[in-house]
Design a protein around this ligand. Structure first.
Ligand SMILES: [Zn+2]
Length: 401
């Protein structure tokens, strides 16, 4: 680990790998497309532009903007973002139809996702044969490729499709159509990290097209599945800010980025200090707020209530051992949050009291034990942390005694 990183976070010695996890990862952001499929979320054109700007500042490599066929508002949003030339490549989602590809071309994107649904269930529902599907997808993808677009073939519901069918679709479309990458879409969030390893090991032997990982987070395993895919050489990962996406959502961008940086010592090249800002912007514009326990961007990352941890944190600060501030896995300032804060609650100790007395310029003579008891009583009574005002009130009463 380089010394700059050492100052900002520590790591477990068990995480050390004999070989680096990866040599390159491209982040493909889904917030504007799959993110908008999170029930109740609507991004207007200007909001899509604002999020795209923030994603470009964060440094993602690709942005999936919308499905152009859906509405004029979506097409206008794609065109507006394309005109800005923000840096990341833009992708539109298309059905396997020339009409959809024409819309994508008109909007000025760099690549398209051509979707393929071909499990037995899908074929039965739509009354198609496998040959019908392969022909439709080959024609549409070839048309896109001939017109200068990069094409990812998105094979839907991949975790429930027989391996033979997956390989037949991938290899036949590659031969008669145009395929740059294949997106492994676990549409219903059913694959486990071990399932990812089994699937990729199996299909990689007979399909040599690069894969993109698209996992949903229904079991909270999106990040683990994505890291598992990266470990097997997948270089394109599809993620969304705050994990916003269909149902429970997609693999959260901030989790994969920080896991790679901190736990795998891999430099993503992204502007980490923008992570919190982008997360807050997406929370504001989507209306989907993150709980305090959300990995990486949850507010409690920087809140210390436990007396034991507060004592450790304060002792380290007193000794000037800057880097040992780490009573958190990484300094919240790395992702653009404020420094850790010691608060007053039921589990607080004398250190929390001392910290807050000094922060609020209050003085109490030898009555810390009484104060501690009163703080605990108040926290229990109100079911939560004390505000500055409540603490000051307690201090005033103690001093009077
Ligand atoms: Zn999805």
């Amino acid at each position: 680990m380089n010394s700059d990183k050492k100052k900002r976070w520590i790591n477990s010695h068990y995480n050390v790998l004999e070989q680096p996890l990866t040599d390159s990862v491209e982040f493909h952001d889904l917030t504007l497309r799959d993110g908008e499929q999170h029930a109740g979320v609507v991004f207007r054109k200007d909001e899509k532009v604002e999020i795209a700007r923030a994603l470009a500042e964060l440094g993602v490599h690709n942005i999936e903007v919308a499905m152009p066929i859906v509405s004029k508002e979506d097409r206008d949003a794609i065109k507006a973002i394309a005109r800005l030339k923000l840096g990341p490549k833009l992708r539109a989602v298309c059905r396997a139809r020339q009409e959809d590809i024409d819309y994508a071309l008109d909007c000025g994107v760099d690549s398209v996702q051509v979707s393929v649904a071909a499990t037995d269930q899908y074929l039965k529902t739509f009354g198609w044969s496998l040959d019908d599907v392969i022909e439709m997808v080959s024609t549409a993808s070839k048309y896109a490729g001939d017109n200068g677009l990069e094409v990812t073939l998105a094979i839907m519901d991949v975790s429930r499709m027989q391996t033979e069918r997956f390989l037949e679709i991938a290899n036949r479309v590659d031969k008669s159509g145009h395929v740059d990458t294949i997106t492994l879409m676990d549409t219903f969030g059913l694959i486990s990290p071990h399932g990812v390893i089994n699937m990729i090991n199996k299909v990689q032997k007979e399909c040599h097209i690069p894969f993109e990982a698209h996992f949903h987070n229904d079991f909270g395993l999106g990040t683990a599945c994505t890291i598992a895919a990266i470990g097997l050489g997948v270089k394109h990962v599809q993620v969304s800010v705050n994990g916003l996406g269909e149902r429970i959502g997609n693999t959260p961008l901030e989790e994969v980025v920080m896991a790679l940086e901190v736990l795998y010592d891999y430099s993503t090249g992204l502007n980490l200090s923008k992570i919190n800002q982008v997360s807050e912007l997406v929370q504001k514009l989507s209306g989907v707020k993150m709980p305090s326990c959300k990995p990486i961007v949850g507010e409690n990352l920087r809140v210390i209530e436990s007396g034991l941890v507060a004592t450790e944190y304060m002792t380290m600060l007193e000794k000037g051992e800057e880097w040992v501030k780490h009573v958190v896995p990484f300094m919240p300032t790395v992702i653009g949050k404020k420094e850790p804060e010691i608060v007053l609650g039921k589990l607080s100790g004398i250190s929390n009291i001392e910290w807050n007395l000094s922060r609020l310029n209050l003085f109490v003579d030898e009555k810390h034990k009484d104060l501690h008891e009163k703080v605990q009583e108040k926290a229990t009574e109100k079911h939560g942390l004390l505000t500055d005002q409540e603490f000051e009130e307690i201090v005033k009463n103690i001093v009077k005694q």
